[in-house]
Design a binder for this molecule. Structure first.
Ligand SMILES: [Zn+2]
Length: 782
């Protein structure tokens, strides 16, 4: 008796050790990358590295499926310890009777163990290992976990593994939305997945499903009405395609997070809408051989990406249209799209007031001569208008004032990583598209700007933590840049930037204004890169930033490919689908009321005649006072300028006058009829020239000029130019004391000068003289 107890105890101990030594079922197969929308629906997925649709294990298994599965495979699953002795004995009897293994008597747990061993051929020894593994699994894992392992790894025919992949593939819906008929179909499928699957052996498949439905009804799990309706339901479809709402985003995650399940912030309905809008406009753009467009929508509050359309999704069977390229991550020439950051930078630092006059005259900078898009000059224009109209010359002047080094630092602080070359590489053309940025980082920087404004409105405070890139998942909220005590742009500066971008910046020569009509309040900016290669349009509302790009992914430019014609229509179509959210209000902090000169937009000086009280950023108090208003001395008729050489001091009328430098005046007065040029000197008065009458436009002071040689080796001509304040003035040109000629009206003269130093002298018909030194350099000196 004691011996048998000992024997029994030893046997039990041995058995227990065998269980412990048995392999623990684990799964290390490659997994599909699965990308979910914010509501948990599937945006898209990619097959695993081994070509299988095998989703990462879900958090739980739908109840209907669990019930159907247990009723079909293993009724006693919830009570047995991993093996079911009754079933084994029954299976053993069947097998002996048949002379081969026809029935496994397997529990679900044993099937999980078998799946983890890659479904080897059925043998008695294999069976024993499975039983021991199943016992071990039950010992260390919950029933729920075992069900999850089963649902995630069961074969569903073809290259479809796991319930979730099967549900999306065969029904196009989440397994959580399945009907009882579908639950029954998916419960019977893994039993013989190579013999029976959707589209194959349908009759046998339906018999198995219906038998299970009958059992569920008989056991009181479903009522008879549900049962009879379920019988009418067709079988799941043969393998369809996976949902593909955001193919470029799925590609991105397949690259960066292969085999993971990513829960994104994407709104699936918006994603679908914007894809449709992009595709709609793409069809039109295709007529002009423009084949690619992209759009991203970022929520201002937290930077969450609500839609990510990396490219249009129209057919591209040959791949010639590069529609696989994710434009959102591609760096492209920025055109004018960075101008708001420069404007905001200058206003933020207090160096420029929001509407102070910036000169807009033909100017040659460091070897390049920018032109405005309409090839005209305004002489001088308020900085805000220059931004609203996206004028190039004033933008280059602003960058010259801010400096390229500081602007590159600012770009990096607001989140751009693609401007990684030294300032000398970009030069002043940086502000006109000399550098490249991605739609991703642009959307990030623009939405951060809006976030600062919103924080300032709602909490009266903001920090540099408000500046961050868009976020695709809620987890990525962590890891934002550490707080920097000094935010890159101030809320007042951003406010004035939006003031400019809110204006109808309809280019005189372009269509596209109609898109502004019934759109909500939106601050928007377009950009067109050199050679018409990139068309940008970015709109900001207090709730969202929408960024759009159109062009050709391979970089081919197209005439007429501009931000306003190619991308703004898409932007405004998207805006029209979004809820109207009002507008920011003016920041209360960091602003102060000062007297501004109405004509120059600068702080009023002592002679400014027309002033108004306006809010400016506190830092703007250090900006220069208006230099354009000075006192001129007139005779009693106020028709002539005079001085003490010709009239008595008592007869002199002192009058404040708004005088722009000659080159600015020349263009300014053409567009501003109210501008009053200075009256001439009274005959007999010595002209003491307290105000210069003429000024060089080209060449700039001490210029080093490279003149290319023509085909025959001679130096080509250069074209110096001056502006004269007096209409009808005649000027005489001398180069190195040699007379060149005379001009009237437009003061340009073409000349050839050999390499070396030169002095160009210009004298007007009143004897006034200006001169300019310059040097002609050879190509080696350049
Ligand atoms: Zn003034």
């Amino acid at each position: 008796m004691r011996l048998s107890i000992k024997l029994l105890a030893s046997a039990a101990a041995l058995f227990f050790i065998a269980v412990l030594l048995a392999p623990m079922p684990t799964f290390h197969e490659p997994l599909s990358t699965v990308v979910e929308a914010a509501d948990g629906s599937l945006l898209g997925a990619r097959v695993a590295a081994d070509g299988q649709w095998r989703f990462p294990a879900p958090d739980s298994v739908p109840d209907k499926y669990t019930t159907a599965l247990i009723n079909y495979e293993d009724r006693w699953f919830r009570w047995h310890p991993g093996i079911n002795p009754v079933a084994i004995v029954r299976a053993l009897k069947d097998n002996i009777h048949a002379g081969e293994i026809v029935s496994g008597g397997s529990t679900l747990t044993m099937q999980v163990a078998r799946m983890s061993r890659h479904n080897p051929a059925r043998t008695y020894s294999g069976k024993i290992i499975e039983m021991l593994s199943a016992l071990k699994l039950e010992l260390f894992r919950s029933k729920k976990t075992i069900l999850k392992l089963y649902a995630a790894n069961a074969p569903f025919g073809g290259n479809t593994v796991g319930l979730e992949a099967a549900a999306w593939r065969y029904t196009g819906r989440s397994p959580w939305q399945m009907t009882w008929a579908e639950a029954a179909a998916f419960a019977v499928l893994p039993n013989a997945p190579s013999l029976v699957y959707p589209g194959k052996n349908s009759l046998r498949f339906k018999q198995k499903r219906d038998a299970l439905l009958e059992a569920l009804c008989r056991r009181g799990i479903i009522d008879s009405l549900t049962y009879s309706l379920a019988l009418e339901e067709p079988l799941p479809d043969p393998a369809g395609t996976m949902p593909s709402l955001a193919p470029h985003l799925v590609s991105w995650f397949t690259l960066t997070h292969p085999g993971e399940r990513i829960k994104t912030t994407i709104d699936p309905y918006l994603q679908k809408n914007i894809t449709d809008i992009i595709n709609f406009h793409q069809r039109e753009l295709e007529n002009n051989l423009i084949f690619n467009s992209a759009a991203i929508v970022v929520r201002v509050d937290d930077g969450a990406v609500l839609a990510y359309v990396g490219n249009c999704t129209l057919p591209d069977s040959t791949g010639d249209y590069c529609r696989d390229v994710d434009i959102i991550r591609s760096v492209r020439s920025t055109g004018s799209i960075l101008k708001p950051f420069l404007y905001a930078g200058l206003v933020s630092s207090g160096e420029m007031l929001p509407n102070e006059l910036i000169s807009d005259i033909p100017t040659r900078f460091q070897g390049f001569r920018p032109e405005n898009a309409d090839f005209s000059y305004r002489g001088a224009i308020p900085a805000g208008d220059a931004l609203a109209r996206s004028l190039n010359i004033p933008a280059v002047r602003m960058l010259q004032r801010f400096t390229e080094e500081r602007f590159l630092r600012l770009l990096s602080r607001v989140g751009f990583t693609s401007f990684n070359k030294p300032a000398s590489y970009y030069g002043l053309s940086l502000i006109l598209g000399g550098g490249e940025a991605s739609l991703w980082e642009l959307a990030g920087a623009y939405s951060s700007m809006a976030r600062v404004e919103k924080q300032c409105n709602e909490k009266a405070t903001y920090t540099s933590r408000d500046w961050h890139m868009p976020l695709l998942t809620t987890e990525s909220q962590a890891g934002l840049a550490a707080a920097d005590p000094d935010p890159p742009l101030s809320a007042p500066a951003i406010w004035f930037t939006y003031e400019a971008l809110l204006r109808v910046n309809r280019p005189e020569t372009e269509t596209g204004w109609q898109y502004f009509g019934n759109a909500p309040e939106v601050a928007w900016k377009t950009g067109t890169s050199f050679g018409f290669r990139d068309a940008w349009a970015i709109g900001t509302t207090p709730s969202e930033v929408i960024a759009v790009w159109s062009g050709n992914a391979d970089g081919e430019g197209r005439p007429g490919l501009t931000g306003i014609t190619a991308s703004a229509p898409t932007l405004f179509d998207i805006l029209r689908t979004r809820p109207h959210t009002g507008w920011f209000h003016q920041p209360g902090e960091e602003m102060t009321m000062v007297k501004l000169c109405s004509q120059s937009g600068m702080r009023a000086g002592p002679y400014c005649t027309d002033t108004r009280d306006e809010w400016i950023p506190v830092k703007g108090l250090k900006s220069n006072a208006c230099p354009y208003h000075t006192i001129v001395h007139l005779d009693r008729t106020e028709k002539y300028r005079v001085n003490m050489s010709c009239v008595n001091p008592g007869e002199i009328v002192n009058k404040p006058w708004f005088i722009l430098p000659p080159a600015m005046e020349y263009y300014y007065k053409q567009r501003n009829p109210a501008y009053q040029t200075l009256p001439p000197y009274k005959p007999g008065c010595n002209d003491d020239r307290e105000v210069s009458a003429m000024e060089f436009i080209y060449p700039p002071p001490d210029a080093k000029i490279f003149i290319p040689r023509g085909f025959t080796g001679e130096l080509t001509e250069m074209l110096p130019e001056i502006a004269h304040r007096r209409r009808g003035a005649i000027v005489y040109w001398h180069l190195d004391n040699n007379y060149l000629g005379m001009t009237q009206g437009i003061h340009q003269i073409s000349l050839r000068a050999p390499e070396g130093d030169h002095v160009l002298t210009v004298t007007d018909d009143e004897g006034f003289t200006v001169s300019r030194r310059f040097r002609i350099v050879s190509s080696s000196e350049r």
